[in-house]
Design a protein around this ligand. Structure first.
Ligand code: AKG
Length: 273
């Protein structure tokens, strides 16, 4: 890139982004191309614990469900679902303030955790997430505002060899999934380091890359939504007592479960007074 290319000049432009902060630039990238990479607030020891606990949570889930073979039958092998139910470190991960700053700016002050899953990408092993998808599955429409934010914590290096996340830039703005030729000519692999977050509009088409390295590549995905959407898991039921702060309880969905009756719906509001 020449020095001339570093100098931005334009004409006929009266409106533009003027992002001056890291969060502001991240939001500009998500709104425009659908994704952004930011460094997280978590230290190396925490990332190492996330790595170890992802494997332990998965092993426990395999055991509870009658072995990994049963998970393979439902295309759900090598995913630890809601690992925060077993290991508190995933509560800390979900509360990373850098992610919450972006969620707040994109979704407004009311948002909750729809799902949290650790993706374990084993070398030379198929994974259901290798296929292109939106995190809001089966949705083929666009919205003027971001409807959901996906926050993928990279636990290991992400690149073409290790199986980084592949994206189709700006497809959060296009209703249909593109043709094969378009995908092949426009897909790109997002590079990231352990501890980084890949933040993307949940409607962006993406997939996990094949892992051609010798090491397992792990990540923890969080889908963050406005509270009118029902959560994938009842986090409050799974980890209610473990949540220490009001911020944690709100994010994990306190008070957002479907009311069992109209009386209960009103009583919850009266109790809040
Ligand atoms: O593992 C990845 O790189 C992406 C994960 C993913 O596609 C998902 O969790 O929806």
């Amino acid at each position: 890139m020449s020095t001339l290319d570093q100098h931005v000049i334009c004409h006929g432009v009266t409106e533009r982004y003027t992002s001056t902060t890291e969060t502001g630039f991240c939001i500009e990238e998500i709104l425009t191309k659908g994704y952004s990479v930011i460094p997280g607030s978590l230290d190396a020891a925490t990332i190492a614990r996330v790595s170890e606990c992802s494997d332990k949570a998965y092993a426990k889930q395999c055991e509870l469900l009658g072995g990994e073979a049963n998970l393979k039958k439902i295309n759900d092998a090598n995913i630890a679902r809601a690992p925060s139910a077993d290991f508190d470190v995933f509560i800390d991960v979900a509360m990373d303030p850098r992610v919450h700053a972006v969620a707040n700016a994109l979704l407004g002050k009311n948002y909750i955790l729809y799902s949290q899953n650790a993706i374990i990408n084993v070398p030379s092993t198929d994974h259901y997430q290798f296929s292109w998808h939106r995190d809001l599955n089966y949705q083929h429409w666009t919205s003027s505002r971001c409807l959901a934010l996906s926050a993928l914590l990279c636990v290991d290096p992400f690149d073409e060899i290790t199986g980084g996340t592949y994206v189709l830039p700006a497809t959060h703005k296009v209703e249909k999934f593109p043709s094969d030729r378009y995908v092949i000519e426009n897909q790109l692999c997002v590079h990231a380091r352990p501890g980084d977050w890949i933040l993307f509009d949940s409607m962006l088409f993406h997939r996990t890359g094949r892992n051609a390295s010798a090491a397992v590549r792990r990540a923890v995905n969080h889908i963050i939504v406005p509270p009118f959407m029902a959560q994938q898991y009842d986090f409050m039921n799974m980890l209610g007592d473990k949540l220490k702060t009001a911020e944690e309880r709100v994010f994990f969905g306190q008070g957002r479960q479907t009311a069992s009756s109209a009386i209960e719906w009103r009583q919850i509001r009266i109790n809040r007074l």
